[in-house]
Design a protein. Structure first.
Length: 1042
């Protein structure tokens, strides 16, 4: 490496060509790199779904869910299984083990599931697909005060047009329900005409069809034969003929049935600002995604299409990722530029102007090199990669400062040109190389974070690793060549230049003077009182840890960052009447309007309204209202407070299984405390769940306690009477005829245009709502013979479920709670639950397992795995330095300051007043790298002075003084480079501030550790080693004399 560095010093053409190559490469890289809001994360989750129409959750669990679970649970690559049995279908989710190929597991699951032979005959074919997460770049609402079917046709065309745009991968239609033809037969009419559901279904299948009938090979060619009689509309089905078994007369279907076109989903509604709406999700391209290009193409299409659509139909964006992407890009760019300017100013104050210029230029070269390489390692321009560039602004300048300082010192000592550059580079080549490699090793564990977090945070370590690599290349190969012609400053003749030089020299001399006259005597006293000094630092470390355990520094796995929209969710039980659901929709929409005049909010509102637009979706028993806030609202008003006032205006809904708003960025379930109960004993599970909820309600500050155990109305269970056996009637005969009437007999499934439409034969809707219809129906033995239902069967009321949830092949209950206000947080709730409540529950209900869930589970897994990998990284750094320094103790001195970087991060969170979160921990990684660098430079200088014959205490003091300026400069440049983002108050910056706080304050506090604590520890270690060797020598002498 020395020869290579020397060659570049003596060959400036090579250095300049290398720099030009990097800059040109960055241009080509910028053309290939994708642009997206967040990195596209491949999912490690597989969904298995299977429909069983008409079946209840218990039947779905027993006949669908459990057979699938038992078939796949022991497959290699299966980490966890979660299942849900709903009315009419079941879903089994499989989490893929880290490192196992997802597609391989999909194929293995398909093989196992296809081999199951016990599925019910009426169940439909299962689907086994990976749950891919695709980036929705824009979400559109096609809306208008017109019929939903007409609106849907326009939306389909718009969807197809957008999907053909070059910057778009696909577009999906949401907010639609498939059409369905319902043929309703009353029990009275069937008896009058002597017909049954089966006969009507049979007649439809025989009359409504398109059938190819072969071909005729004639002299003029081939003529295709076909029968085309498929019915598509209500009128088509009304004219289908069937024969009455009573007298053989031909009757039309319209004479015996009510035929109407309706929607497959009855409890369904989508509105935009009160008008019927259909939603279009636009998916960005996955190869080279470009958020801005895609959004611009869509906006241009909307602008053109708006003039062609009927005036009553409008297209409005519900969500546009390009806007926050641009906002954050501008924010980070402005802060990066501001940080760069501040770094340059600091360097100009303490370094030669040309030296400061070339050191700062190294930042640009390192960034350019990163842009060149990042597309090849799968990193796009996204929120995290842009933040990584900002994060390492102060880190990558450290190497250039150290090399530049070393070269300039040789110039001040009389060396000139290439000699000074060569000697200065060689003097620090070893510590700089070790420092960069050590920093890179510190960031490597971020590539191996548990689960999806590794993929989510992948951009940060990759940007850092690549930029540091180019920073090392620039510092050792390019910078020394550029500094060859830099001269030691001489007094300028220009008065202004003379004044500026005097000012700069005064700043530089003041730093040197401080190091000589203040720091060195202080260090001398610290070394004399080394035990007290070391104890003081450990005391400060203990205080920082105590601040966390005492709750002065709050913890949150995922930081609460305000979003620019609020989502209201209301989920009602299956027993809740349909008409009341639509009333609830109105209630939610009216409450949203009420917040505009809310007395607790209006004082913080500016001229515009809080809410820009709102989308309402009713799907089955769940109501979701997506309220987009007016730009700028979150700068003045906390959206969480808006959400709470929204719920206040809705009022109490005692029957609600879920009533909540989400107004923060990140996974919603991380906002709540969550605990999971599992058991094979349903009774113990239910009782333990009630006891857990009761205990949680007694904890001060804990509110909104809910569980996901959804018990529905009582089910009606059909039992066969003994008389049925005498008539040859089986339970299958009774159940199938009841199913035909209440669920419906699927006569056909046809494609009408782009719609997949079912034709169902069943009782009229009004009759299907009454139990009397069941008890008064007739069970048909033959076409001519029928008996009353009550003669062959009876019904019993049994408790039922609207949904059954399972985790890892056991029934489960997930209990969530909300930590209200400042008095308690999720970690404190978790401590109380698992220390006080869980042991008592386990004693009373031994068959119930209690586990952490949600954010608590993710947090434990994250800190466990990240802590392990971080420890391994430190061991690797220790080994590397032990080999380089040929010492076991010196690397310990270098690494001893790492815990104090964490201390600085904790004090920083206390000063700034934010929670310590996932991103805070990632910032500690970065701070540790800088801390190790500073310590390494100091220890290397101590070793050099010791080799030159200085005593230990003199070497410690002289090394501290010599390295004071580069250590302080690296800390200051790292800190001031982050000051702009640290002071940022906009919503876009909030999720970045925890990481910035950890790095900025970690480095700032660690400087005192490097300059005071490390020399004391070094002295203590050296004295201890000396005493140990003396004792060993005395023992050896004693043994020899004996």
């Amino acid at each position: 490496m020395r020869r290579l560095a020397s060659w570049f010093v003596h060959d400036p053409v090579a250095a300049n060509l290398l720099m030009i190559l990097i800059l040109v490469g960055s241009v080509f890289g910028s053309l290939k790199i994708g642009k997206e809001f967040f990195p596209n994360i491949p999912s490690d989750y597989i969904n298995i779904t299977k429909s069983y129409p008409g079946a209840g959750p218990i039947e779905v669990e027993e006949q669908i869910i459990i057979p699938i679970e038992e078939a796949i649970y022991n497959l290699e690559g299966v980490a966890e299984i979660d299942s849900v049995a709903n009315r009419g279908y079941g879903r089994v989710g499989v989490e893929v083990e880290v490192g196992y190929d997802r597609d391989t597991l999909v194929n293995e699951i398909k093989t196992r599931v296809n081999a199951i032979t016990t599925f019910p005959e009426d169940s439909e074919e299962e689907s086994v697909v990976p749950q891919d997460k695709r980036t929705v770049v824009m979400r559109l609402a096609v809306h208008g005060a017109i019929d939903k079917r007409v609106l849907k046709k326009f939306a389909q065309k718009i969807r197809d047009d957008i999907a053909r745009l070059p910057a778009v991968e696909s577009a999906e239609l949401l907010g639609e329900s498939r059409p369905q033809i319902e043929i309703e037969l009353s029990e009275l009419d069937m008896r009058r005409y002597g017909i049954s559901f089966e006969q009507v279904t049979y007649a439809i299948r025989r009359s409504s069809l398109n059938l190819p009938a072969g071909s005729i090979e004639g002299e003029r060619g081939t003529i295709q034969l076909q029968a085309r009689g498929q019915s598509y509309t209500e009128e088509d089905f009304r004219n289908i003929a069937l024969a009455s078994p009573l007298d053989g007369a031909i009757i039309k279907l319209r004479d015996v049935a009510t035929i109407r076109e309706t929607e497959e989903r009855k409890n369904f509604l989508m509105r935009f600002n009160g008008e019927n709406a259909v939603q279009i999700d636009v998916i960005i391209g996955s190869q080279i995604p470009d958020v801005q290009a895609s959004a611009n193409a869509i906006r241009e299409y909307i602008k053109t299409q708006s003039n062609l659509l009927p005036p009553i139909i409008k297209i409005d964006p519900l969500m546009d990722l390009s806007q926050p992407f641009s906002d954050r890009l501008n924010l980070l760019s402005e802060n990066a530029l501001g940080g760069l300017v501040l770094v340059f100013i600091v360097l100009m104050l303490f370094l030669n102007p040309m030296l400061a210029f070339w050191v700062s230029a190294g930042i640009g070269i390192a960034y350019a090199g990163a842009l060149w390489v990042l597309p090849s390692v799968g990193v796009s321009i996204n929120m995290l990669s842009m933040f990584a560039f900002l994060l390492i602004l102060g880190i990558i300048v450290d190497d250039a400062i150290i090399v530049g300082e070393s070269i300039y010192r040789y110039k001040e000592n009389g060396y000139e040109g290439a000699d000074a550059s060569e000697l200065g580079t060689h003097a620090v080549l070893k510590p700089v190389t070790l420092a960069v490699i050590s920093t890179m090793i510190i960031f490597v564990p971020m590539l191996f974070l548990p689960g999806a977090w590794a993929k989510f945070a992948y951009s940060i370590p990759m940007v850092t690793l690549v930029a540091l690599s180019f920073s090392l290349i620039e510092s050792l190969l390019i910078l020394p060549s550029h500094l060859v012609k830099v001269k030691v400053e001489t007094a300028p003749k220009n008065p202004l230049a003379k004044y500026l030089q005097a000012t700069r020299k005064k700043c530089a001399d003041s730093l040197s003077s401080f190091a000589t006259n203040i720091y060195r005597p202080f260090l001398k006293n610290a070394l004399e009182w080394r035990y007290l000094t070391v104890l003081s630092f450990f005391l400060a470390l203990a205080i920082s840890v105590t601040l966390v355990s005492a709750g002065y520094i709050k913890q949150a796995f995922f930081p609460n960052v305000p979003n620019d929209f609020i989502i209201l969710t209301i989920r009602m039980p299956d027993s809740y009447p349909r008409d009341n659901l639509f009333s609830l929709v109105e209630r939610g929409e009216n409450a949203l309007k009420a917040i505009e005049t809310d007395s607790e909010l209006i004082s913080s509102r500016e001229n515009s309204a809080f809410v820009k637009s709102a989308v309402t979706l009713l799907n089955n028993q769940e109501i979701t209202i997506f309220a987009s806030l007016t730009p700028g609202t979150t700068n003045k008003t906390d959206p969480t407070l808006i959400g709470e006032r929204w719920i206040y205006h809705i009022g109490a809904i005692p029957e609600a299984e879920e009533l909540r708003t989400a107004a923060t960025f990140g996974p919603p379930r991380f906002d709540d405390f969550s605990v999971l109960l599992l058991s094979d004993d349903n009774k113990q599970l239910a009782e333990a769940g009630e006891l857990m909820k009761s205990a949680l309600s007694n904890i001060a500050g804990v509110t909104r306690i809910r569980d996901n155990a959804q018990t529905g109305n009582n089910d009606l269970n059909i039992e066969l009477l003994p008389y049925a056996n005498n008539l040859g009637i089986s339970l299958m005969d009774v159940a199938s005829q009841v199913r035909q009437g209440f669920h419906g007999d699927k006569a056909q499934r046809i494609a009408r245009g782009r719609d997949d439409m079912q034709v169902m034969v069943k009782y009229p809707e009004e009759d299907r709502r009454k139990v009397e219809t069941l008890t008064e129906m007739r069970i048909r033995i033959t076409d001519e013979v029928e008996v009353p239902f009550n003669a062959v069967a009876k019904i019993n009321y049994v408790s039922g479920y609207s949904k059954i949830v399972r985790d890892n092949r056991q029934r489960s209950m997930r209990i969530t709670a909300w930590a209200a206000g400042e008095e308690i947080d999720n970690n404190q709730i978790s401590g109380i639950v698992f220390k006080d409540i869980a042991p008592e529950l386990s004693r009373r209900y031994p068959d119930v397992t209690i586990q952490k869930d949600g954010g608590g589970k993710e947090q434990d897994n994250f800190y466990r795995d990240a802590g392990r990998d971080f420890s391994i990284a430190l061991i690797v750094i220790y080994s590397l330095m032990a080999i380089a320094f040929k010492s076991y103790l010196k690397p310990l001195g270098i690494l001893s300051a790492v815990p104090f970087g964490i201390m600085g991060a904790l004090f920083g969170h206390l000063i700034v007043g934010i929670e310590f979160s996932l991103f805070s921990f990632l910032g500690v990684f970065a701070a540790s790298g800088v801390v190790v660098n500073d310590n390494l430079v100091l220890i290397e200088r101590i070793s050099e002075l010791r080799r030159n014959g200085l005593s230990l205490t003199d070497a410690l003091q002289q090394a501290g003084e010599d390295r004071f300026r580069p250590i302080v400069l690296t800390s200051i440049t790292t800190f001031v480079g982050l000051v702009p983002i640290l002071l940022e108050t906009s919503m876009q910056a909030q999720f970045l501030i925890p990481m910035v706080t950890s790095l900025a304050f970690g480095v700032l506090f660690a400087s005192s550790v490097t300059l005071l604590f490390v020399p004391c520890i070094y002295l203590l270690g050296a004295r201890a080693k000396h005493r140990w060797l003396a004792i060993a020598s005395m023992e050896e002498t004693s043994l020899g004399s004996s």
